[in-house]
Write a protein of this length. Sequence first.
Length: 255
Amino acid sequence: MLLAADIGNTNTAIGLYDGERLAAHWRLTTAPDRTDDELEIWLRSLLELEDLTGADVSGAAISSVVPAITTAFRKVAGDITAGDVVVIGPGIRTGMIINIDNPHEVGADRVVNAVAARERYGAPCVVVDFGTSTNFDVVGPSGDYLGGSIAPGLVIATNALIAGAAALRNVEFKAPPNPIGKGTVEAIQSGAIYGHAGLVDGITERLAAQVGGDVTRVATGGLASTVVPYCESVSTIDEYLTLDGLRMIYEMNRS
């Protein structure tokens, strides 16, 4: 089985693949200060939930935007798996031309999403990843990665609003019954959900217009199911797009 891990600033998504089948998956809080021993206990505990041991895992694929945890995760994955550990970054084969000014600065998760989206949905396409930030990544008609846009994520934007306004308070991230909020809580929810949907629609449409033609739009990330139902430009949600991309890139780089 393959261990796939996407380490984000807020959450870490982990999947176990049996061939192309996602056999198990978890979404856990990212904790950059975990020691190697804590990470090993953490990963082994997840395997035990599936009645597996490290010997049952043939390799690992990792994307990370948290440098403080990348090295430790690579080491621990190498210790508990029987095969290669592929960490997405410069020098790793992705099968995709990175057509931006500085290819080395693009986040690993963004490349992984682009690779998976092109394989699953074709080119051109726009991927919207709802995480700590809301990332928009564009695959052009020829299959190259063209770049994209990074916006504040739903949670960060709303928390910044609440932190900066003494009379406002935390709310549940759900859409109110109507866009016109009948109280402070509903008004914040309206601005958060409908406002973020509007942000997504505005950026996605501009990106698609620049590419031209029939552009597929797909969403992923932990908050996709919260926002996408209120978007007009994106309707397809692929919850495990990043994990699938890690599996695909692993296969390109295995010994």
